[in-house]
Design a protein around this ligand. Sequence first.
Ligand SMILES: NC(=O)C1=CN([C@@H]2O[C@H](COP(=O)(O)OP(=O)(O)OC[C@H]3O[C@@H](n4cnc5c(N)ncnc54)[C@H](O)[C@@H]3O)[C@@H](O)[C@H]2O)C=CC1
Ligand SMILES: O=C(O)[C@@H]1CCC=N1
Length: 295
Amino acid sequence: MTTLSNTDTTALQQIGSLKMCFYGAGSMAEAMVRGLLDRGLTEPEQVSMMNRQNVDRLAELSTRYGVHTSAEDEAKAAMLREADIIFLAMKPKDAADAISQVRELFHPGQLIISIIAGMTIKTLETLIGKPMPIVRTMPNTSSTIGLGATGVSFSSSVSADQRALAELMFQSVGLTAVVEEPKLDVVTGLSGSGPAYVYYLMEAMIAAGAELGLTQEAARELTIQTVLGAAHMVKATGENPAELRRKVTSPNGTTQAAIEKLDANNFSGSVISAIARATERAAEMGAEIERKATS
Ligand SMILES: NC(=O)C1=CN([C@@H]2O[C@H](COP(=O)(O)OP(=O)(O)OC[C@H]3O[C@@H](n4cnc5c(N)ncnc54)[C@H](O)[C@@H]3O)[C@@H](O)[C@H]2O)C=CC1
Ligand SMILES: O=C(O)[C@@H]1CCC=N1
């Protein structure tokens, strides 16, 4: 795992001189843009965003962040052509068509960064149809607040400088793990989708607190602090979650009673099979894009 160090400052300043185009302007593109801007890694005038046809969404992004947006085909083409870094940020089902439509605008001086779940570098190379350096990543929405977790892989034509640049960008909005490309599907199942599992747990904890008599607000605040504190404890103490769990669990006490209930419902097995299924689903979505790319 790598996080940003102070020695990376100069490279970070260089990133500020590069034009970034987000092709796809949804939740994850916004998370990245907000994270990069809030951390001062780039300026709004260096960033452009485009989507398929939702002008209200583009206006919202432009007002909120001051970035360039356009729904006009000519302006969109110019944004893509003039970008130093192109982020591919559309849904997997839209990727094959969206990329094929604009591939003539791509040129080898640009760096392509894909955040699309499942889509392999090989499929992307087929869709683009000419040699381009490609960084395949799997970030998560916590990049919005600089606490993202991103898996990264590189095509063989990505230079050492481009690798460093891509890693620094994602490190500036959280931590990165460089993994072998096939493992990115596991990263997708674990940390790409992961925030949703934690939110789901929090939803259930808040509902339980409220059903059992706390005010909604108290249930929410206590849940947030509990999750925050638990994550910080794992990080700050360096202890395993299992060891920390043992310290909470008094023999025959309340925690033991609760964990017995979770075990009776196969909590651990459910989480493992959920992550395995998400991993498998990423591969299925990748195969679907590959089919479209080669048909
Ligand atoms: N939401 C998340 O937590 C994460 C999402 N991802 C990946 O990020 C990608 C985007 O996901 P979200 O932001 O959640 O989706 P979203 O649905 O919020 O945004 C998708 C965007 O792509 C645009 N788009 C679709 N077809 C287009 C076209 N032909 N031309 C231009 N724009 C087009 C849409 O208009 C929209 O702005 C997906 O591939 C997903 O796998 C990766 C990590 C986490
Ligand atoms: O649910 C999805 O397919 C995307 C990929 C990772 C998080 N959201």
